[in-house]
Ligand binder design. Structure first.
Ligand SMILES: [Zn+2]
Length: 278
């Protein structure tokens, strides 16, 4: 099962704790970059889920409507692309609520899937999952099994779709894919890892795995992003490989079949999947 997902955000949303008040003054690149992604998906007749930031829905309603009208699934990628573990539980709940309401008002249908910015739904805030359910979310794709600078879920017990259950709620989880090399888990299926690794390696890893959950961003394919006020290393890291990632993306779409989250949901027998108890 190969699942294609796009985290629909601006190029400057990579900045940890960015201030929304300043976003309108920055050059907008999301329209052009998303057009590239949409063109490639349509050309290859591939469906994908677009986890969309609520702010994007309010600033670029025509873009999100176009994606929805073209038959792509819209999920939530929070409202302001904030790190989950910096929120209080009620603050997180309000952020998700505003995002879901903005998206639903725009597309006229229920939003039932969610991905946390930076995969920041970590062990310390796992208890926040019930606020997703309270906001109508049935499917989460926020668990990253590798701990990174901003996110990741340490020792999550399933590497494939599973049910997370507590006394009060059940939610379907589509974790991010990882690959074990010796004792180390590596990421490969999106973002900087996809931009950095040679396509031959990515193709090999996709073939080896039964379940590939991808995560691309429109800015992954934008080699001409302006500089951000970051250290040279951080600014280089956020753009590395972007100039050639578009060609790799084309090759990936030509090499494998993909489905979106809702189609994958229907293919899974949820009575047979691992259950993670909270
Ligand atoms: Zn994001």
């Amino acid at each position: 099962m190969n699942i294609l997902t796009i985290d629909l955000e601006e190029w400057f949303h990579v900045v940890f704790e960015g201030d929304p008040a300043g976003w309108k003054n920055k050059e907008s690149r999301v329209m052009k970059n998303t057009e590239f992604v949409l063109d490639e998906l349509v050309k290859n007749d591939i469906k994908a889920t677009f986890f969309t930031v609520g702010w994007i829905a309010r600033e670029y309603p025509d873009l999100v409507k176009k994606i929805n009208n073209a038959g792509f699934e819209i999920g939530s990628h929070s409202d302001f692309h904030r790190v989950v573990y910096k929120f209080s539980k009620s603050g997180f709940k309000a952020d998700v609520k505003r995002s879901v309401e903005s998206l639903e008002a725009l597309i006229g249908k229920k939003v039932t899937s969610f991905r946390a910015p930076y995969f920041s739904l970590t062990n310390s805030v796992a208890g926040y999952l019930d606020t997703l359910v309270e906001n109508g979310i049935e499917i989460d794709s926020s668990v990253c099994p590798v701990v990174t600078k901003y996110g990741g879920y340490k020792n999550f017990p399933s590497n494939e779709p599973c049910l997370i259950k507590s006394e009060h709620f059940t939610i379907k989880e589509f974790p991010l894919s990882s690959y074990r090399i010796f004792s180390k888990q590596i990421l490969y299926s999106g973002g900087g890892y996809f931009r950095l690794f040679p396509f031959a390696l990515i193709k090999l890893l996709f073939k080896q795995q039964q379940y590939n959950m991808t995560y691309f961003h429109p800015h992954d394919f934008d080699g001409r992003q302006p500089a951000l006020n970051l250290s040279l290393i951080a600014d280089t890291r956020r753009k590395i490989g972007a100039a050639t990632a578009g060609d790799k993306f084309k090759k990936l779409l030509a090499s494998f079949n993909f489905t979106d989250i809702s189609a994958s949901d229907k293919l899974i027998n949820w009575d047979q999947v691992p259950v993670v108890n909270f």
